[in-house]
Write a protein that binds this ligand. Structure first.
Ligand code: KG4
Ligand code: ZN
Length: 340
């Protein structure tokens, strides 16, 4: 079952061919980081314009790398949502065009189902029930997975996503975009106990996260101390490195505190960590320590499959296909698509 998958929900134009949800035949990504970096975040209008320019070359490359003709595909899959409307639109139209012209079935995929499938794509069989922490620039969600393709939401952010908090704090300090990798790097060897930042606990039993208070705490600190934006990103002062390290520790502590409570409550047989923020080295380290303490295996995809990519969409499409999911030619993107 060879599926061509297209992902354009945010700022990566990506296409991949995945066989049987397991074997990556090609995986092409055109990133727009350099385009959005001057603005400290993704500019939706620029994103859709660049998707339009890139989608055909990226698709061609994915087919070429896979060594296949469109006629040899079994299905075309696309991220239907959530994401930026103008960005999603480009992928959905491209997928519809290819599927229609070549007479292939069209499979709609939820972006988070893609992130959740990434560890399966990387590691093969993973024991169910599982508990997945999905942390990216757009999402911070905790899902229980009783079985393949079944998603039960156990917690989500009320405001900022974890990656968004990284990006906003980096922007505030003039550290560049995306903020996560920069803060991760600057935190190495810094004093992450220099500031006692905490993340508010949502105490209504919902298991939800909230990161906007932490971002505001960093903002107030910067204002109070009159810290100017970093002049030379190649030479960041020690007190700023301590500041971002303390921020990073607070985010990681909050993410894993909820994961631990949910794991003790739901008693899964495995833990998954996925999404762009799963690239964070402290989070990886601490999640492994937590998994060991709970006696559970932890599955984290390699970074190339953690951040947005189309291979994970191809893997999730195989699951969706087996559940009988198909789209008609009237498929529309849905920025608030529910995962069900
Ligand atoms: O999954 P992704 O590529 O796109 C979304 O679906 O949002 O995630 C991008 C996010 C950005 O916010 C970026 O700052 C964050 O992932 N990120 C990291 C790291 N690498 C990427 N956050 C913390 N530490 C990292 N090493
Ligand atoms: Zn994503």
């Amino acid at each position: 079952m060879r599926i061509l998958a297209i992902e354009t929900s945010c700022d990566e134009t990506a296409a991949a061919v995945v066989a049987d949800g397991r074997t990556i035949l090609s995986n092409v990504i055109s990133t727009q980081i350099a385009i959005h970096a001057p603005y400290g975040g993704v500019v939706p209008e620029l994103a859709s314009r660049h998707h339009l320019e890139n989608v055909v070359p990226v698709l061609d490359q994915a087919m070429k790398d896979a060594g296949l003709a469109f006629s040899e595909l079994d299905a075309v899959a696309v991220t239907q949502g959530p994401g930026l409307i103008g960005s999603l639109m480009v992928g959905v139209q491209a997928a519809k065009g290819i599927a229609f012209v070549h007479g292939k079935p069209l499979v709609p995929v939820h972006h988070i189902a893609g992130h959740i499938q990434a560890p399966f794509l990387a590691h093969g069989a993973i024991p169910f029930p599982s508990l997945a922490l999905v942390v990216s620039g757009g999402h911070t969600h905790l899902y229980e997975l009783p079985a393949e393709g079944v998603y039960v939401l156990r917690g989500k952010t009320r405001d900022d996503a974890a990656g968004e908090a990284f990006d906003k704090v980096a922007k505030l300090l003039g550290l560049g975009y995306p903020g996560g990798p920069v803060i991760d790097r600057l935190s190495k060897g810094a004093n992450d106990r220099a500031h006692n930042f905490t993340v508010a606990r949502v105490k209504d039993g919902s298991g939800d996260y909230s990161f906007s208070g932490l971002k505001t705490a960093v903002l107030y600190h910067v204002r109070r101390e009159g810290i100017p934006p970093v002049a030379d990103p190649a030479n960041v002062p020690g007190d700023i490195r301590d500041l971002v390290a303390s921020f990073q520790r607070a985010v990681v502590t909050a993410l894993l505190r909820r994961l631990k409570i949910a794991a003790e409550d739901l008693r899964p047989r495995s833990l998954l960590l996925t999404g762009g923020v799963a690239a964070n080295s402290l989070l990886r380290l601490e999640a492994k320590a937590l998994a060991d303490a709970l006696g559970l295996p932890l599955f984290v995809p390699p970074i190339a499959l953690s951040t947005d990519n189309a291979a994970m969409i191809g893997a999730a499409a195989f699951v969706a296909w087996r559940q009988g999911r198909r789209a008609g030619w009237d498929l529309d993107p849905d920025t608030h698509l529910p995962l069900a």
